[in-house]
Design a protein around this ligand. Sequence first.
Ligand SMILES: CSCCC(=O)C(=O)COP(=O)(O)O
Ligand SMILES: [Zn+2]
Length: 216
Amino acid sequence: MSFEQIATEDKQRALAELTEVKSLFASRGWFPGTSGNLSIRVGDYKPDEFHFAITASGKDKSLSTSEDFLFVDQAGKPCETTRLKPSAETLIHCEIYRQTGAGAIFHIHSVFNSIVSELFWERKSIPVDGVELIKAFNIWDEEAHIDIPIVSNFAHIPSIVPEVTERLDPRIPGIMLRKHGIYAWGANAFEAKRHLEAFEFLFEYVYRWELLQRKA
Ligand SMILES: CSCCC(=O)C(=O)COP(=O)(O)O
Ligand SMILES: [Zn+2]
C-alpha cells in the first residue's frame, strides 16, 4: 500500500491522537528540554512497507503548532514534501515497527528511567519482581519477574539500532537506552500509553526499593 492509498481519516486520526498524547505527556513534564518523540502507524503493515506519523525534530513539545508532525515511511523518509525534519531518532521507531508490527511508539526521558538504566547497566536489564503493575504488559503470572532490556546509547542514532534489534524481547513492550530514555510501544496509542505509564511507575519503584536496600 502506498502512502497515497492510505485513507485521509486514518491519517487525521493518527495526528489527532498524537496531538492529544503529546499535550498530556507535556502536562506531566515528560518532554524536558525538547526531548522525547511520539509516533503512530497508519495504513496496512508489512515488515518491509509501512508508514507512520512522527513528531518533528527539536520542537518544544509542550506547544501545539501546525508543524508538530510529519509522515514517514519504513526507512524514515518523509512521505510528502515538507521543510520539517522527522525526529532524530526516527530510525529507532522504524526498527521497532519492523520487528513488532506495533501501532504506536512513545519515547520519553525521565530522571528515574535514566538513573535505573545506569544502576543496572552491568546486567544490561532492569529487574522487576512481583510488582502488580507488570500486569499492564499482559503478564498475569503470580509473582512475575521481568527484565527490561537496556541498550547502549550513542550520539550517532544508526549505531543504536543493531542492539535494539538484538535485545528486543517479545514479552516486554519497551526498551531502555542507557542514561537516555524509554521507548514503549503497543498495538495502538491507548496500549502504548498504558505501557509507558507502567514502565515509569516501575522505574520509580525500582529506584526507591534499591535505595532502601542499600541503606538497610
Ligand atoms: C534535547 S533531547 C536530545 C534528543 C533526544 O534524545 C530526543 O528524544 C528528542 O529528539 P527529537 O529529534 O525527536 O526532537
Ligand atoms: Zn531521546
